[in-house]
Design a protein around this ligand. Structure first.
Ligand code: PEP
Length: 251
């Protein structure tokens, strides 16, 4: 069965002390209450170990926001999937549009990163999504299908079943312009169908597909009520417990 997941993406925000304060405050807010989704926080690398040691990781999964496409060696400045796993983190966000656009991460590099993440038992949260121009020229389905095929479709069925996908229309990220619930559902259903054609209905039905792009307390419930939307990847609204908790509680 697929899971509902609300995952925060802190991006390049929060120094160590601020990040620890946010993670421990979220941990406190979740104590003693029942939530109906898995909760994940995607922190910068520097927070991973301290955050993992300061919260109940059975209640909050910790995620990195990137990993190297190599195992180890002379790759100055890179952080391997194995290093991430050694901090206690269980997830890694891969293929975020900011990494694709600003750091020129290609489908081939992302394919390697997914392989590295899986080899270290991390769950990749793999991001896909079109830019505005692609949507306006009605290429969004084609673009998203190609992003999935080029980076993920050489995985075995077993490996594919370990992934979480996040549909993030680039025009909705950090812009305050959310996809409508109907647009999100339409694309999520298309993604699930694309997976079904390659890996079969069972795997497609078991894959969690999150929506990302200006998701917040006021639109989360409507977005998550769609049958193919299994949660959210949340940027700005994950940077405060007061904004993040209502999204978690939308399930
Ligand atoms: C993101 O960066 O993954 C994201 C969805 O950001 P925001 O929620 O701020 O649009």
């Amino acid at each position: 069965m697929r899971k509902n997941i609300v995952a925060g993406n802190w991006k390049m925000n929060m120094n160590l002390q601020e990040g620890l304060a946010l993670a421990t405050a979220l941990n406190e807010a979740l104590k003693g209450i029942t939530v109906h989704c898995d909760v994940v926080i995607g922190t910068p690398f520097i927070h991973l170990a301290s955050v993992s040691n300061s919260i109940d990781t059975t209640k909050i999964g910790v995620s990195a926001q990137n990993c190297a496409d190599k195992v180890s060696g002379a790759y100055t400045g890179e952080v391997s999937a194995g290093m991430i796993a050694s901090t206690g983190a269980k997830y890694v966000i891969l293929g975020h549009s900011e990494r694709r656009a600003y750091y020129h991460e290609t489908p081939a590099m992302l394919k390697e990163k997914v392989i590295q993440a899986l080899a270290s038992n991390l769950t990749p949260i793999f991001c896909i999504g079109e830019v505005l121009e692609e949507r306006e020229s009605e290429k969004h389905f084609e673009v998203v299908k190609s992003q999935i095929e080029t980076s993920l479709f050489e995985l075995s069925t077993e490996d594919f079943s370990k992934l979480v996908l996040a549909y993030e229309p680039v025009w909705a990220i950090g812009t305050g312009k959310t996809a409508t619930a109907a647009q999100a559902q339409e694309m999520h259903a298309f993604i699930r169908q694309t997976i079904a054609e390659k890996y079969g209905n069972e795997i497609a039905n078991d894959t969690s597909i999150l929506y990302g792009g200006s998701c917040n307390a006021s639109n989360a419930k409507e977005l998550f009520s769609n049958s193919d939307v299994d949660g959210g990847l949340i940027g700005g609204a994950s940077l405060g417990v007061d904004k993040f908790m209502p999204i978690i509680e939308a399930f």
